[in-house]
Design a protein around this ligand. Structure first.
Ligand code: PHE
Length: 426
């Protein structure tokens, strides 16, 4: 183990940090609307199978690389395949999280604005126009992106233990409590019954081959795979930590949070008489409208729930954004020998500029989004699975990953290629 490298204080702290990376906009925003569009409980069942049998092996691959090499993504690849050109591909694994962070911070910024509005004035009926006006207003979203990125930078600047670990230790329990409070509000709204049964009763008639591709894609994004965050956080785990156990716990936290978020959102959607498959606009257009509509009876409670809801989104987005930021910082401090402070400033400059471009030009936003989710993440995952399954010392990896080793070697690569191909066909 390299001296001078910071480590998480326990395996549990590492699991909380990885759960923090996993729990984010993907759980609160993407999972409920995907469930809504793909057959409710039937989608959830398929999703659970995909997470445990297809997505987790990729997680294990990244984790075993990080924990064994005790290095940033670039250094890890150099150690596993010394002298090979693969190391240049390692640079891509540093760039991918920074590109995601750039547009993720823009959406994080929107959540900051929504939190602010729900505290100061509340929303009026026409939330869609508010959303469109705000996101195209230029300066407002830019300022919010800056605030969100600064918050992320401050946490990362504090270091692995006093920044990342501390923030996640407090935030993860708080996130679960907040979400449960919102569930309590949502399931007691008049007319929420059909929403609850939608989450519980599987509708298999909606299941098509596409559903599997969506479930796998969602598992990929939600567990933060192929981006190097799992690798980097695992490199801060002690030499004897159990990788399989940590991975399973991370997936359980992530899945539980997504399901709770579904129970917070779907019953409210049904109570307000809105289509469950409302799509990506769900949290920024539909939900604030629900808070307005439901507010007629008990305005203060609805307003308070709106504040809690957007606070949950901001905190959940922060626990993810710090993990992406740390991938870049680990690279710069270890490979370029920069101080943590300087590395934090360099990453800030890069992601602020790219995020600003994404904030102003929606075309740039969509480009970065599809470049990363359709290509770079899949590519990163394939690289990690190849390194862990085919390049690293076989007996070591088999011992570490037992009983998941053959999944990493034989199941994960075709699964990744299948998602890559399906993304183009559908
Ligand atoms: N898993 C995060 C979410 O669900 C997104 C993320 C992707 C975070 C990749 C880090 C790396 O929102």
């Amino acid at each position: 183990m390299k001296l001078g490298r910071e480590h998480f204080s326990s395996d549990f702290a590492a699991v909380l940090a990885m759960a923090g990376s996993a729990i984010g906009l993907g759980n609160i925003w993407r999972f409920p609307y995907m469930t809504g569009q793909n057959g409710g409980a039937a989608f959830i069942l398929i999703y659970i199978v995909c997470v445990f049998f297809l997505a987790l092996p990729i997680f294990f691959a990244e984790s075993v690389i990080g924990r064994t090499t005790q290095s940033n993504t670039f250094g890890a690849i150099r150690k596993i395949a010394p002298g090979s050109r693969l190391k240049w591909l390692g640079l891509l694994t540093v760039i991918t999280p920074l590109v995601i962070l750039s547009y993720y911070s823009v959406v994080g910024g929107w959540s900051v604005e929504y939190l602010f509005v729900s505290i100061c004035s509340g929303f009026d009926e026409d939330v869609s126009s508010f959303f469109n006006e705000f996101t195209s207003s230029g300066v407002g979203p830019l300022a919010c992106h800056t605030v969100f990125l600064l918050l992320t930078a401050f946490i990362v600047l504090e270091g692995v233990k006093s920044g990342i670990e501390k923030f996640n230790k407090v935030s993860i329990p708080v996130l679960f409590v907040l979400m449960l409070v919102i569930v309590a509000y949502s399931v007691t709204l008049p007319g929420s019954g059909p929403g609850i049964s939608y989450m519980i009763r599987p509708d298999f008639s909606q299941i098509t081959p596409r559903t599997f591709a969506y479930a796998m894609g969602q598992g990929f994004f939600s567990l933060s795979l192929g981006v190097g965050t799992v690798l980097t956080y695992s490199s801060y785990m002690g030499g004897r930590s159990g990788i399989v156990r940590a991975g399973i716990w991370t997936a359980v936290f992530d899945l539980t949070f997504a399901i709770i978020a579904g129970f917070a959102i779907m019953p409210a959607v049904f109570a307000a008489g809105i289509e469950p498959g409302a799509g990506p606009g769900l949290i920024f257009e539909t939900l604030p409208y629900i808070f307005v509509k439901m507010g007629s009876g008990s305005a203060i409670i609805s307003r308070a729930v709106a504040v809690l809801f957007f606070l949950t989104i901001v905190v959940a987005a922060l626990t993810s954004s710090i993990s992406m930021y740390e991938v870049g910082v680990a690279y710069l401090t270890e490979e370029k020998k920069m101080s943590r402070k300087k590395a934090v400033i360099v990453i800030f400059a890069f992601t602020w500029v790219l995020g600003a471009v994404c904030s102003v030009f929606s075309g740039a936003f969509s480009f970065c989004d599809s470049l990363t989710s359709n290509f770079l993440m899949t590519f990163g995952a394939l690289l990690f699975v190849y390194l862990a399954g085919w390049k690293m010392d076989k007996s070591l990896v088999r011992k570490e990953l037992y009983p998941a080793y053959s999944f990493v070697r034989y199941v994960a690569p075709p699964a990744i290629i299948a998602i890559f191909v399906t993304n183009f066909i559908i």
